[in-house]
Write a protein that binds this ligand. Structure first.
Ligand code: BGC
Length: 763
C-alpha cells in the first residue's frame, strides 16, 4: 500500500456537475540527476488517461475502473523509468466523468431525474510519481496545487452516451516540456481522505481484439450502416480525411429491425453516439476515450466524402483475462452457442460483471453474476476478476447482511416510488451471489483463501435470510424477483409464474448447505454443525410447505421442479414424481422451456442427472422458438436477455428491456463442458485436483471435445462415435488424478498423462 502524499486535484468547478468534458491537467518538473527507477501510482474520481512526455502511460483503458468508490478506490501502478529523462519532463492527464460523475442507471431512477453525480460532482486526479535517482536519493512528484488545467478536444464523454471530440481544439505539444501553459487555469484541491485507496486487485480493462468491418450497406430507410459481424463491447476506430470542421457522426446498435433498418430503441436513454470534428490534417485516426458501446452495427450519419469499409475497425474491450476453455462438437449450432456464450462474457466482463453493455444500465446485477459464474470459470480465468468484485460486494453488503441488487450499489435509496423493486432491500437469487460466487471460485480454482476472505459475508447473508424467514426456515415474507423474465409470466410481465417463496426457500437451503460445507473446509466445526442442522430444518420446512403428502409440487412450473431437484431438496421418496412432473411440463410445451433466469441454468443438468439425458439433449438442441438455438437461427452472436427478444414473426420484445447481450442464459455453457464433453471438478478436490471425466454423449452428436486450462495445467477430453464404438481420449494434467466414467458404465481411476479407451455403446 502506497503512502500517498499526493492530493486529489480537479479541473472542474463545483458548478460543472452537469458537464462531462475531458479536461487536461499538466505539470512540468525537472529531474536533476540520472534516474534509476520511476514508478507512478495513479487513480481518479472519474476516468483518467495518464501521459508522460507525450507518451501514454500503460495500456489499460477506462481506468481506474468501477468499484464501490466510497469504500474502495483502486490505484494503478506503472513502471515509467523508460519514458522519463534527466532534465525537464511533463506529466499530464486527461480526465473524464466515467461512473463517478456521469449518467448512471435508467432514466426513471431518483423519481424521474435519473442518476448523475452518484459519487461526486467534480472529477479529480491523484498521482504520485516515485523517483529513485542513481545517487541514491528519492524524489516524489505529486498532484498538488501547482498543477495547471485546461479544456481540451473532448467536448463531452460519457459511458452511456458516447463522445464528442473536436480535433481542432487539440493542444499541440501540451504534454511536452516546451509547451507554454501560462494561459491555463489553476487546479483546485478536493478533500478526500486517502483511506479508501487500495492497489489494483483485479485485471485491468484493455483493448483485446480488433475486428474489421465486414459490410457497408444502405438500409431500406436509406441509413448507411456498417456491420462488424459480432456483437461486442468496445468502440469503433476510424481513419478519416477531410477539411477542418468536417464532421463524423456514428451511432451504434446491436440489431436491425424486421425491415432491416437500424434499431436503437432498446438502448433506452443511452445515446451511444460518436461525433468527431476534423482538424483538417492529412489523415486522422480516432478512438474515443471515456466511453464504450455494446454494438454490432454502426450507422454513419455524417462523414466527409465516401466512407470505405477499410476505414473502420471495431475495438473489443474488456477486462484482461486469459482464455481457459475450448469446446467443439459435431453440431455447428451448438458450437455457435458456445461462441455466443463466450462473447456474452467478453461483452459483459468490463471491470464489473454487468447485465448488459448497451442500454442505460450496464450494472453489476448480482443475480446475473451468480447464475453465470460457474460457466465463466470454464471459459476464462475469472478468478481475480471475481475476487475484486466480491470485495466490492462485501463493501456494499449492509450491516444486517442484506446484499444489494447491484454491486457497486448505486440503486439503494435511488429508486423511483413506482419502481418494482423500490421497497425491497435484498432478494433471493440475487443476494445469493454472496455465497454462490465464492463457492464457484472455490470449485474452479481450489483456493481456500477465497472462502476465508468471503466467509463472514457468506454467513451474514444466510443469517439475514434466517431473520427474515418465517420460523427461520421459510423465506415467504418479502418481495422477490423470482424466476425473472420466464416465459410462464403473465403477458407483458417480467415475473415468472413459479411461487417466489418456493424459489427463495430453495436458494436459502442451497446457500445454507454451501455455508456448512465451507465451514467444514475452513475447519469451523461449530458452524458446520449449526448450518448442517439449519439446512436439514429448511429442507423439512420446504417439504411441508411445497410438497403435498403424496409428493406433488404445489407450484406447477418447470422452474419449481428444476430447483427442487438441482438443490437436492426433494425428499428421496418424491424424486421420481418430481422428475415425472418436470417431464410432463416439458411435454406440454412440446419439449420447450418456459424458464427464466433462475430455472434455466440448471435445466439440462437436472434432466441429465435424473435419468433423462435424451430429454436434456432434446431441450439443448431445440431450434424452434423458444430455445437457445432459436436465437442462433435468428443470427445471434451473443446470448439474448429474452427468449423472445426477436419473435418468430420478426417483431421484438418491448424496447424498454431488450438486450441482445445478456449472459444469464449463457449459463448453459457449464453443461457443455461438464456433461456433453465431460470435464468436472468436485468440492472435495476443488480446483480440478481430482477431475471427473464423464462424457455423456447424446443428441445425435458424433463427436465432442473440450479443453479446460485448470490451475494445474490443461485437462482435455475428446470423444467420437462410429457405429457402436465410443472412442475416448483424455489428457490429465500433472499432479492431478481423474475418474473417467464411460457411457458403458466402466470406471477408471487414472493419474496424470494421456488415456484412451474404446467401448461399445447402444445407439
Ligand atoms: C437487468 C437484469 C437484472 C434485473 C433484475 C434488469 O434490468 O438487466 O439482468 O437481473 O433487472 O431486476
Amino acid at each position: 500500500m502506497v503512502n500517498f502524499k499526493a492530493k486529489f486535484i480537479t479541473p472542474d468547478a463545483p458548478g460543472d456537475a452537469e458537464l462531462s468534458k475531458g479536461k487536461l491537467l499538466r505539470k512540468k518538473f525537472e529531474i536533476k540527476s540520472e534516474i534509476k527507477s520511476a514508478t507512478v501510482h495513479v487513480t481518479a474520481l472519474g476516468l483518467y488517461e495518464l501521459y508522460i512526455n507525450n507518451q501514454r502511460v500503460g495500456d489499460a483503458v477506462l481506468t481506474p475502473g468501477w468499484t464501490e468508490y466510497n469504500s474502495r478506490l483502486l490505484y494503478q501502478t506503472w513502471d515509467v523509468t523508460s519514458i522519463l529523462r534527466s532534465g525537464n519532463n511533463v506529466i499530464g492527464a486527461t480526465l473524464g466523468a466515467g461512473w463517478y460523475k456521469g449518467d448512471l442507471g435508467w432514466k426513471s431512477l431518483r423519481n424521474g431525474l435519473g442518476l448523475r453525480n452518484v459519487y461526486g460532482k467534480q472529477s479529480a486526479l491523484l498521482m504520485q510519481l516515485d523517483l529513485v535517482l542513481t545517487d541514491g536519493s528519492r524524489e516524489l512528484i505529486i498532484t498538488d496545487e501547482c498543477w495547471k488545467c485546461s479544456e481540451g478536444p473532448i467536448q463531452f464523454s460519457e459511458l452511456y452516451h458516447g463522445e464528442i471530440y473536436d480535433a481542432g481544439q487539440e493542444k499541440e505539444g501540451w504534454c511536452e516540456a516546451g509547451y507554454d501553459d501560462s494561459g491555463w487555469d489553476n487546479v483546485e484541491i478536493i478533500n478526500r481522505k486517502p483511506d479508501t485507496l487500495a492497489p489494483q486487485d483485479g485485471p485491468l480493462i484493455r483493448r483485446q481484439e480488433v475486428i474489421k468491418a465486414k459490410n457497408l450497406f444502405t438500409t431500406p430507410k436509406g441509413e448507411l450502416v456498417l456491420d462488424f459481424g459480432q456483437n461486442i463491447s468496445g468502440w469503433v476506430r476510424f481513419t478519416v480525411s477531410g477539411k477542418a470542421g468536417d464532421v463524423v457522426k456514428l451511432r451504434h446498435a446491436e440489431v436491425l429491425d424486421s425491415d432491416g433498418n437500424f434499431y436503437t430503441e432498446n438502448l433506452r436513454a443511452a445515446r451511444n453516439e460518436i461525433q468527431y470534428i476534423l482538424s483538417g490534417k492529412e489523415k486522422e485516426i480516432f478512438e474515443p476515450h471515456f466511453t464504450f458501446q455494446g454494438f454490432q452495427y454502426a450507422c454513419i450519419d455524417e462523414w466527409p466524402g465516401e466512407p470505405q469499409l477499410g476505414d473502420f475497425e471495431a475495438i473489443v474491450v474488456h477486462s484482461d483475462m486469459k482464455r481457459t476453455g475450448w469446446f467443439e462438437c459435431s453440431n455447428p449450432l451448438l458450437n455457435q452457442l458456445h461462441h455466443n456464450i463466450l462473447w456474452g462474457l467478453k461483452g459483459n466482463f468490463v471491470d464489473v460483471p454487468t447485465d448488459c453493455p448497451q442500454r442505460d444500465e450496464r450494472m453489476g446485477w448480482t443475480g446475473d453474476a451468480q447464475v453465470f459464474i460457474r460457466t465463466s470459470t470454464y471459459l476464462m480465468d475469472t478468478k481475480d476478476f471475481f475476487i475484486k468484485w466480491l470485495r466490492d460486494l462485501r463493501a456494499a453488503q449492509f450491516d444486517n447482511g442484506a446484499v444489494p441488487f447491484v454491486v457497486p450499489d448505486v440503486l439503494t435509496g435511488n429508486f423511483s416510488d413506482g419502481d418494482i423493486i423500490a421497497n425491497a432491500e435484498a432478494v433471493s437469487g440475487w443476494g445469493d451471489a454472496a455465497v454462490i460466487c465464492p463457492w464457484a471460485l472455490w470449485l474452479a480454482y481450489g483456493d481456500e483463501e477465497i472462502l476465508r476472505e468471503c466467509y463472514e459475508s457468506m454467513k451474514n447473508w444466510v443469517e439475514y435470510i434466517r431473520k427474515r424467514a418465517t420460523d427461520g426456515v421459510l423465506w415467504n415474507t418479502d418481495f422477490q424477483l423470482g424466476d425473472w423474465v420466464a416465459l410462464d409470466a403473465k403477458e407483458g410481465s417480467y415475473f415468472g409464474a413459479t411461487a417466489t417463496d418456493l424459489i427463495a426457500t430453495a436458494y436459502y437451503a442451497k446457500c445454507t448447505e454451501i455455508l456448512a460445507e465451507t465451514a467444514s473446509i475452513l475447519g469451523n466445526t461449530k458452524d458446520k454443525t449449526l448450518y448442517t442442522s439449519l439446512h436439514a430444518d429448511i429442507k423439512r420446512a420446504y417439504e411441508n410447505e411445497f410438497f403435498s403428502p403424496n409428493g406433488r409440487l404445489c407450484s406447477n412450473t418447470q422452474t419449481a421442479h428444476i430447483l427442487s431437484l438441482a438443490f437436492d431438496i426433494t425428499p428421496e421418496k418424491y424424486r421420481k414424481r418430481t422428475v415425472k412432473g418436470l417431464l410432463q411440463l416439458l411435454d406440454e410445451n412440446d419439449g420447450h422451456l418456459t424458464t427464466g433466469f433462475l430455472g434455466t441454468p440448471y435445466f439440462c443438468q437436472v434432466l441429465a442427472d435424473n435419468g433423462c439425458l435424451d430429454e436434456a439433449y432434446n431441450l439443448l438442441l431445440k431450434e424452434g422458438y423458444p430455445s437457445w438455438l432459436y436465437q442462433i437461427t435468428k443470427g445471434a452472436t451473443t446470448v439474448w436477455e429474452h427468449w423472445d427478444g426477436i419473435k418468430p414473426d420478426g417483431s421484438m420484445w418491448s424496447a424498454n428491456m431488450n438486450s441482445f447481450n445478456h449472459y444469464a442464459y449463457g449459463s448453459v455453457g457449464e453443461f457443455l463442458y461438464r456433461t456433453v464433453a465431460g470435464i468436472d471438478t468436485h468440492s472435495t478436490h476443488a480446483g480440478y485436483k481430482h477431475i471427473i471425466m464423464r462424457p455423456r454423449p447424446g443428441g445425435g452428436l458424433t463427436y465432442a471435445r473440450a479443453t479446460v486450462e485448470t490451475p494445474h495445467g490443461a485437462a482435455s477430453v475428446s470423444w467420437s462415435i462410429e457405429e457402436n464404438k465410443f472412442k475416448f481420449d483424455a489428457h490429465v494434467p500433472d499432479n492431478t488424478t481423474a475418474t473417467i466414467v464411460l457411457p458403458n458404465g466402466s470406471t477408471h481411476e487414472v493419474g496424470a498423462g494421456d488415456h484412451s479407451y474404446i467401448v461399445e455403446i447402444q445407439r
